[in-house]
Structures are given as structure tokens and as C-alpha cells.
Design a protein around this ligand. Structure first.
Ligand SMILES: [Zn+2]
Length: 218
């Protein structure tokens, strides 16, 4: 099962991806994670990527795609993978398509998680994160409050609202998403693997994705 997850920040991509990895034994791949692991392992591609990162430059698409291509072939991706947060641009989507064709792999589902701006604002502004860098437990003032208000259950440090989760910051992130990434939905819309699902709670969304993928592979 190979899946691309699209959707605005706060649509719940991470949670849905996690459910699918646990249930179907597939691997979640994010560009941040694969870059970090290449750098850590000191591979040739990792060393090249580290140079860009150290200079504060964006790692070029060609390098990211090369690293991704190697990643797809690893043993833990045998049952499939979920791309979360990639591709971000139409150019990346086109290159990804070429790479997958070269590996004789196909994407079973391109899933757009739909969420209104209001829902995202409510979800993200209600999030609190443990201020202890070694803990970073995540809470939600409505759905998963800590036992003592403002105090992390796990380590007792104060919980805080992250700077990028204030209403102003979230409106800005949504505007950036609309401008940069939303055009991807138009790019994929006519692909037979494209599905658009309202992002309500993660379980039914994960069920629906699995159902549609198995229906399509029949
Ligand atoms: Zn904590």
C-alpha cells in the first residue's frame, strides 16, 4: 500500500499516517526524517545534504528525491509507505512520478484530508506542548488536557502554546499552504488514485483509505 497524504497543517495527517503504519505494516516517510538519518549515517548523499543545511540553504529537490528513491527500496518499505508532507510542489510531484515509474512502483492512493480553516484553528490553537525539550508531550485543552492545568503529566514541566500555534501564526501557515501546496490538489485531482476525505476523527479516515485502496486493487 503506497499512499501520499495531502492536506493543510492541522488536518491530522500525522495521526492518520500513524494509524495506517500500525495497521498495515507500512512505513511513514517524511523528508525531515530521511534527511536526518542520511546525515547521521554519513552517507554520500547525507554529506551533500548536510552541506546545504549547514549553510542554511534549502536542500535541492534532486538530492531529496535521490535519497527518497533509495529509501523506497529498503526492506521496511516492502509492504508500502506513506508520504506525509511530500511532495509539496507540482515539480516535486512530477519528479516523484518519474522515480516511481523507474522503480515499477505505483501510488495506490493520493489522499487529500479536507479540513475547514475554522476546524484547523480550533484544533491547533487548543494544542499545548510540554516546555521540557526532552519530553515535548502534546496535550489538547479540550480533548486531552493534562491532569493539572498547565502542567505536564509525564514530567511536571509547564505546558506552553508554541509560537507557531497562535491564531495569527496559524492563519499565516494556512495562507502559505493555500498558495504553495493547494495547487497540488489540482495536479492530482484527475488521477484515478485521488481521494478527498473530510478529516473528522482519524480512525474512520484510516478505515476509509484502507477500504478504497483495497477496492481499487481488486
Ligand atoms: Zn513533559
Amino acid at each position: 500500500m503506497r499512499i501520499i497524504l495531502l492536506g493543510p497543517p492541522g488536518a491530522g495527517k500525522g495521526t492518520v499516517a500513524e494509524l495506517l503504519t500500525v495497521r498495515h505494516g507500512i512505513k511513514q516517510i517524511s523528508t525531515g526524517d530521511i534527511l536526518r538519518s542520511e546525515v547521521k549515517n554519513g552517507t554520500e548523499l547525507g554529506t551533500a545534504a548536510e552541506g546545504y543545511m549547514r549553510r542554511g540553504e534549502l536542500v535541492p529537490d534532486s538530492l531529496i528525491l535521490k535519497i527518497m528513491e533509495n529509501r523506497f527500496l529498503e526492506e521496511d518499505c516492502r509492504k508500502g509507505f506513506i508520504l506525509d508532507g511530500f511532495p509539496r510542489t507540482i515539480l516535486q510531484a512530477q519528479s516523484l512520478k518519474t522515480i516511481l515509474a523507474g522503480l515499477s512502483m505505483k501510488i495506490d492512493a493520493v489522499v487529500n484530508l479536507e479540513a475547514s480553516d475554522d476546524l484547523i484553528l480550533r484544533r491547533l490553537t487548543s494544542r499545548r506542548t510540554c516546555s521540557n525539550p526532552g519530553c515535548q508531550a502534546i496535550y489538547n485543552i479540550y480533548t486531552k488536557p493534562p491532569k493539572v492545568e498547565g502542567i505536564c503529566d509525564r514530567c511536571g514541566s509547564p505546558t506552553i502554546q508554541r509560537d507557531d500555534e497562535t491564531p495569527e501564526a496559524i492563519r499565516q501557515r494556512l495562507a502559505t499552504y493555500q498558495e504553495k501546496t493547494a495547487p497540488l490538489i489540482d495536479y492530482y485531482k484527475n488521477d484515478p488514485a485521488f481521494l478527498s476525505i473530510p478529516s473528522l476523527t482519524p480512525e474512520p479516515v484510516a478505515d476509509e483509505i484502507a477500504r478504497l485502496v483495497s477496492e481499487r486493487s481488486r
